[in-house]
Design a protein around this ligand. Structure first.
Ligand code: 5GP
Ligand code: ZN
Length: 112
């Protein structure tokens, strides 16, 4: 979608530090990291939010991708957090659905 920064990253039109690619999904480092490991996982096709995600297989693939990435980043044993913010109350600021993979420090609960 024109004007969507994550579509532009997926198309290589906006630079990003891509850490994993595969099967219509890419992961790259967050520009404003909230933890020692903070990666964003996106479908390469534009989907605005979780509310717009019609394909449950894609949602499962995104989650499995995050799990595999956590292992590759060696944060799987100590632990990590996967976050999917949706719409304004959920804290979503980029309207192209994405998972945050956060690790490398202890996460607090409840979240802010
Ligand atoms: P949200 O608040 O929508 O869940 O998360 C959006 C995330 O995208 C934020 O953590 C923000 O730092 C990150 N972000 C926004 N624009 C860019 C960008 O152009 N490049 C990268 N690498 N991260 C971005
Ligand atoms: Zn997009």
């Amino acid at each position: 979608m024109s004007g969507c920064v994550f579509c532009k990253i997926a198309a290589g039109e906006v630079p990003a530090q891509i850490v994993k690619k595969g099967n219509g999904i890419i992961a790259f480092t967050d520009m404003n990291p909230q933890a020692p490991t903070h990666l964003l996982i996106i479908p390469t096709i534009h989907i605005g939010s979780l509310n717009d995600a019609k394909d449950p297989n894609l949602l499962g693939q995104l989650l499995a991708f995050a799990r595999d990435l956590a292992k590759e980043q060696r944060i799987d044993t100590r632990g990590y957090r996967v976050v999917l913010n949706t719409n304004p109350d959920g804290g979503q600021t980029v309207f192209h659905v994405h998972l945050h993979l956060l690790g490398g420090r202890v996460m607090n609960w409840p979240p802010g």
